[in-house]
Ligand binder design. Structure first.
Ligand code: NAD
Length: 358
């Protein structure tokens, strides 16, 4: 029996989580769910978007399955998504983006993986509001030590990169590439001028890459990479990125393969793994039985693979692929015709039949 901590989250989270549990249960793998709270709702109920009991339950579980969590505009708390990754030291966020045949995309055959760092960059360094004592202290220190004048009313972000943090991420990415039959890792940052944070990230990844002779290493300036991704995405295989750029490019890459409803994901740290879709809580669709559950269902398949249940994972992925290819019972975002549109529950029920029959 595998003990799984399940976090339904906010907005569309409960709808896609319910759908995902049904499909995973249909595999027959013995999964024991323990539900925990996180997100804006948890903040409203407990005054904390990431309650300590939830972090503890995630730490103890064999794996966690997480729905999206809302960060309300102007909320007086740090994003639950940033917080749980920092608290559990989940440094690697993995977002495979594969264009399943049948999905509308100008780039059939796209199949790449975005791996991004989650504990450094601006998440690790911190954000300081304009006029705060912390911002003023940093402004004073920069003037005193570097002779640079930052306007006193500036809001500040501090981005960090360490060799140790990047080395463990790069090793993870090259090991992932090797284990998954991938041939190339592309690092995307601004490597010119005095972008010290980006240059350290790039050079550290390059150094790690020298230990992996079977995997090609490539550097591309992040702006050029954005251009090339929407011109020739088939050139890419594994993208290795710091947190901020990775956040942007994982949504861009989801757009290349049918949208956020098709992009699953996972977060890894030492001995810990949390599986979640790339998308957010889409609050306007809360409780409407409307959105695509496939992104979280695919994340669930990644979880089964992580648990060593490769055959069950294959069955779930094959069911998704077959349903998309058939184009008959799909949510609004990927259905090829108006007649094919079904709700979240109906799409999951059809997947359950396919998984049971496989
Ligand atoms: P979002 O991903 O929630 O939604 C953007 C749009 O994408 C939606 O309006 C919808 O049209 C579409 N979409 C998203 N998921 C879909 C699905 N499963 N099926 C079909 N269409 C889907 O992004 P947002 O509106 O920028 O963010 C809403 C909230 O989610 C914010 O509070 C944000 O902080 C949070 N968020 C959470 C996570 C996370 O929990 N990991 C990730 C991103 C955003």
């Amino acid at each position: 029996m595998y003990n799984i901590t399940v976090i339904p989250g906010d907005g569309i989270g409960p709808d896609v989580t319910e759908a995902t549990l049904k499909v995973l249960e249909a595999t027959g793998v013995p999964l024991h769910w323990q539900t925990a709270e996180m997100g804006h709702g948890a903040w409203e109920r407990h005054g904390n978007p990431v309650p300590p009991e939830t972090v503890e339950a995630m730490r103890k579980a064999d794996a966690s399955l997480k729905g999206p969590c809302t960060t309300a505009r102007g909320a007086p708390y740090r994003s639950a998504n940033v917080t749980f990754r920092l608290e559990l030291d989940l440094f690697a966020c993995v977002r495979p983006c594969k264009a399943y045949p049948g999905v509308r995309t100008p780039f059939p055959g796209t199949d790449l993986v975005v791996i991004r760092e989650s504990t450094e960059d601006r998440s690790g360094g911190g954000q300081f509001p304009a006029g705060s004592p912390q911002a003023q202290a940093i402004i004073d220190a920069v003037r005193a030590t570097a002779g640079k004048t930052i306007p006193s009313q500036a809001a500040l972000s501090v981005a960090i990169c360490t060799e140790a943090g990047t080395t463990r991420l790069a090793r993870f990415a090259f090991d992932y590439a090797r284990a998954n039959g991938r041939r190339k890792v592309t690092v995307g940052v601004k490597g010119a001028g005095s972008n010290h944070v980006d240059i350290l990230f790039w050079r550290t990844c390059e150094a790690v890459g020298k230990d992996y002779h079977d995997i090609e290493f490539e550097y591309e300036a992040i702006d050029a990479l954005c251009l090339q991704l929407v011109r020739q995405p088939l050139h890419y295989d594994v993208l290795l990125l710091p947190g901020g750029y990775g956040d942007l490019l994982s949504d861009l890459c989801a757009g290349l393969v049918g949208g956020l409803g098709m992009a699953g994901g996972s977060n890894y740290g030492a001995g810990l793994a949390v599986f979640e879709a790339a998308h957010g809580s889409a609050p306007k669709y809360t409780g409407q039985n409307k959105v695509n559950p496939m992104a979280l269902i695919l994340s669930g398949a990644f979880m089964l693979r992580h648990l060593g249940e490769a055959q069950a994972a294959d069955r779930v992925e094959a069911a998704v692929a077959a349903q998309v290819a058939e184009g008959r019972c799909l949510t609004y975002d990927v259905a090829p015709t108006a007649e094919a549109i079904q709700g979240t529950r109906e799409v999951a029920d059809e997947l359950v039949k396919r998984v049971r029959g496989s």
